[in-house]
Every structure is written in C-alpha cells, then in structure tokens.
Design a protein around this ligand. Structure first.
Ligand code: FPP
Length: 244
C-alpha cells in the first residue's frame, strides 16, 4: 500500500461525508411533467426525504440537513404554502416511531414562531422526545434563511453586550450551534445556486448539482453525489494533496 493510500485511509477517505445538506428542489416540475398539481410534487418530495434520511442513516452519515421551507417561500401561493405545512404536519405526526426505531434526533433550524401553534407543538415534541437518541441527526430547515440566521446571531451577540468575537463564538449563536459544517451540499433540480441556504456553514462545503428532480433523487443518486464528493480534493485554502 502506498504511503498516500495509507494516509487517505487514516484520514477516513472512502467513508461517507459526516454531514450532508440537501436543497430538495424540483418537486413542482416533477408534478407538472405528470400533469399533477404542484402539491403532489411536494408529497412525492416528502417520500424522497424519508428515503434519503433512511439511506443516509444506513450508510453512516451522522448529520442530514434539509431545506424544507425558506424565509422566501412565504411568497408562494397560499394554497401551496398550506399544502407544504399540511405535509409537514402529517410527517411530524407520524415521525416519532421512525425516529425511535432509527435512534435519530430531529432538530429544526429556523424561526418556528411563524408557524401555526399546532405545527410548532409537533416540532417541539419531536425534537424533545428524540433529543437523546444517538444514531444520527436530521435537521429540518423550516422558515429558514441564511441571512436571517446571521442577522439573528448578530442580534444575540449584541444582546449579550458584544463579548470578544471569534468564529467559534459567532457559530454558537446560529441555529446550527454544535453541528459540524456540511461536508457535502447536494442540489437536485438543475439549478446551480445556494438560495440563501446555510451561508455561514458552507464556507468549505463541496457542492454537487444534479439535473435529477428531488422526488426522483434516490439512493443511487445519493451514491453518485458521494462518489463525486470523494473525487474532490478538499484543500481548505491549503495547497492540498499533490499528485504523486
Ligand atoms: C422546492 O421545489 C421545494 C420546496 C420549496 C418545498 C420542499 C418541501 C418538502 C419536500 C416538504 C418537506 C417536508 C419534510 C417532512 C422535510 P419547487 O417547488 O421549487 O420545485 P420547482 O422548482 O420544480 O417548482
């Protein structure tokens, strides 16, 4: 075994990314292609999320963070917003058994106070009842925006009287406090932008964009994205591994 291979193994090369973030895009187009209402696309998107969460857990991904509803998504037609909230309610109402079986913590990034009291209660109940599970963590970004998160963090810091500021301390004011930064961002659906997602956390995240629409983004597509991730040379500003 070459010294380089030994070093790669010691560094955990080939192991799954510790944290995967996903922008679940393409639900509307998936539905349109089938002559279905957009809400049917979101329902299929929830099934794809369930499948992805299960698969990530199986292959040893510790953290999965998904963009379920952004601070900008309120601009969508009321009917669509209500349908997404309804799907979330249904999912959360059924989630506890699966979280217990998979020993997965469910957490939320975003200001939940804008949601209905019933939905807020479901979020808090799932988070509270799953908080000690040790099998991995799923973060659902709900009423989440990266800029909003940074502004809120700055306000929390100011409210504490502006203590000496480091990157670590700033990170502790974010919704993601205590969660390692994503190693891999996957955006299905053909767009190549980050849409106000995890702006602080993705400073060194590898990004993989795919044309496959989210409801069709299955285990094989996740494997492909991970394979691309492994082909990248993460340098974090350093010169990184040079070819032998
Ligand atoms: C983007 O596709 C998708 C959303 C804005 C909503 C995603 C929400 C869900 C899948 C429900 C989340 C539920 C759980 C339980 C995590 P789009 O509508 O922008 O698709 P398009 O670009 O094809 O129109």
């Amino acid at each position: 075994m070459s010294p380089r291979k030994q070093k790669e193994l010691a560094e955990g090369a080939g192991s799954p990314p510790r944290h995967i973030a996903i922008i679940m895009d393409g639900n509307g187009r998936w539905a349109k292609k089938r002559g279905l209402p957009r809400t049917a696309g979101h329902a299929a998107g929830v099934e794809s999320f369930r499948r992805a969460a299960k698969y990530c857990r199986r292959i040893g991904v510790e953290y999965l963070t998904v963009y379920a509803f952004s601070t900008e998504n309120w601009k969508r037609p009321l009917e669509e917003v209500q349908a997404i909230m309804g799907l979330l309610k249904k999912y959360l109402g059924e989630a506890l058994e699966g979280l217990a079986a998979e020993q997965t913590r469910l957490c939320f990034f975003g200001d939940l106070t804008a949601l209905s009291p019933e939905l807020q209660a479901l979020c808090l109940d799932c988070a509270e009842k799953s908080k000690n599970y040790q099998g991995g963590q799923v973060n659902v970004c709900l009423n989440y925006g990266g800029r909003d998160e940074i502004v809120r963090a700055a306000k929390k810091w100011a409210a504490e009287g502006c203590p000496e500021l480091t990157e670590e301390r700033f990170g502790s004011y974010l919704w993601s406090a205590g969660v390692p930064d994503p190693d891999l961002l996957i955006r299905p659906g053909g767009e190549t932008r980050i849409s106000n997602y995890l702006l602080w956390q993705m400073a060194y995240t590898e990004m993989v964009f795919s044309d496959v629409l989210w409801p069709d983004f299955d285990e094989r597509e996740i494997d492909k994205a991970i394979e691309i991730y492994h082909s990248r040379n993460r340098r974090y500003g350093d010169v990184g591994k040079q070819e032998e």
